[in-house]
Design a protein around this ligand. Structure first.
Ligand code: ATP
Ligand code: MG
Length: 420
């Protein structure tokens, strides 16, 4: 233990658990790589205005949860609280939307920062894998993303999750609904903070998790009744495509999501084993975002899946990921001469692509064998003076327990053959 601890609301990923996180990240992104999405990486911080304009001043993310800083040069920056605004900013900056065919399909994976009240599944530093499809208005694209997230979770072995689906309408019909909702909300008994929200972003009031607020929302106007014909047809098409793909979803007219930029399709993946931090991922269509940050009109859709909560969901379901051991061969030298010879063999094995490790630190046989066991290696190679005098090493199969003398010169080929 040092004098220092990880900051509040954060935690470290250390072996062996860290391997699970890596595998989850890999599994969440695999369907995207397989579906025409290209990898994008953006800085961990951005101009604070990108988020206040893009994500929205009235959102919790911007108004309460953002880590902001002023640089020595006087720039106002924020640690990124989410990925979409950054990815769109980067795509526009690189003119990706002008280079070839639309949509521009991108995926990312990284750290995000929100100043939240830490709880299980809610951290100040967390990881997401995300996808954005920029520049096309096509219900098949919305459906594709939902299908790919579903596939990612299922490949991991998750079962107890549900997909909640809604449409938020567009710039034609949403304002009409907004007026009706504001009128309804103004009659309710609400605190000052929530009253302010009625003016800024009334849909967010529907998202309020407090029971005393939820109780009053019974009978509130429902967006579905206000959707214009174009939005209705679009949403029907998304639903039909999901059904045709065998993806089961629930219509949830209360699903508005926390970000200002969503239009039409919105969805959330919730897991029933996670208590109140139940959202493992979410996303939707954001047709207006590009213009909000000074770009051309580029209707787009995307999602972000939470890596931390996906790991918690796997634990809640008792799913054990099959993680192949990272080391295939572990070498244990007995004595100075063997140390030199086996270290050279380990280097040789690594150069031909066999994952190998070595008992460093000159510990005794017992300690070294413990390390060999812990490494999960399929084979150990042990050699002492007598072996070397005969030009052999002892190759032990840790699965069967069988041990055989192998000529030193034939070791690499023998191991390769056995592992093949
Ligand atoms: P919540 O309603 O739980 O606050 P959110 O709507 O703020 O979630 P998004 O902005 O949609 O979340 O982010 C996508 C995903 O990232 C979430 O579904 C969740 O899995 C994960 N996530 C968001 N905030 C956190 C956090 N503070 N700690 C861990 N994971 C998070
Ligand atoms: Mg949140």
């Amino acid at each position: 233990m040092s004098t220092f601890k990880a900051p509040k609301g954060t935690y470290d990923l250390t072996p062996p658990d860290s391997a699970k996180y890596l595998a989850v990240r890999e599994a969440l992104s695999a369907p995207l790589k397989n579906s025409g999405y290209g990898y994008i990486e953006t800085p961990g911080f951005e101009d604070v205005a990108l988020f206040s304009r893009g994500v929205g001043e009235s959102t919790d993310i911007v108004s309460k949860e953002m880590y902001t800083l002023t640089t020595k040069g006087g720039s106002e920056l924020a640690l990124r609280p989410e990925g979409t605004a950054s990815v769109l900013r980067a795509a526009l900056e690189a003119n990706l939307h002008k280079l070839g065919n639309l949509p521009v399909k991108l995926w990312y994976s990284g750290s995000y920062y929100r100043y939240e009240r830490p709880q299980k599944g809610r951290y100040r530093h967390f990881s997401q894998v995300g996808a954005e499809a920029i520049g096309a208005e096509d219900p098949a694209l919305d459906a594709e993303l939902i299908i790919l997230a579903d596939q990612a979770y299922r490949t991991l072995g998750l079962q107890n999750f549900r997909i909640l689906l809604n449409s938020l309408g567009d710039k034609e019909c949403r304002p009409v609904y907004r007026d009706a909702l504001q009128e309804f909300l103004r009659e309710l008994d609400l605190d000052d903070d929530t009253r302010r929200r009625i003016d800024l972003n009334p849909l967010r009031v529907l998202d309020d998790k407090r029971p005393e607020v939820q109780k009053q929302l019974v009978g509130a106007p429902v967006l579905r009744d206000y959707l214009c014909d174009a939005c209705k047809a679009y949403h029907e098409e998304v639903r039909d495509l999901l059904t045709a793909a065998g993806v089961v979803y629930e219509d949830d007219e209360k699903l508005v999501r926390g970000l200002d930029y969503y239009t039409r399709t919105t969805f959330e993946f919730v897991h029933d084993g996670l208590g109140s931090q139940s959202a493992v991922g979410g996303g939707g269509r954001y047709d207006g975002l590009s213009e909000m940050i000074g770009g051309p009109a580029l209707p787009s859709v995307g999602w972000a899946l939470g890596v931390d909560r996906t790991v918690l969901a796997l634990e809640a379901e008792g799913v054990e990921l099959e993680l192949p051991s990272s080391t295939s061969v572990f070498a244990v030298p007995l004595g100075e001469e063997a140390r030199r010879v086996l270290f050279a063999k380990v280097t040789e094995l690594r150069r031909v692509g066999v994952a190998a490790d070595f008992a460093f630190g000159g510990r005794g046989l017992k300690g070294a064998m413990k390390s060999a066991n812990r490494s999960g290696a399929r084979f150990t190679v042990v050699a002492g003076e007598r072996d070397l005098a005969e030009g052999v090493v002892q190759l032990k199969d840790m699965e069967s327990g069988e041990q055989q003398a192998v000529a030193l010169d034939a070791l690499v080929a023998e191991v390769q053959q056995k592992l093949a």
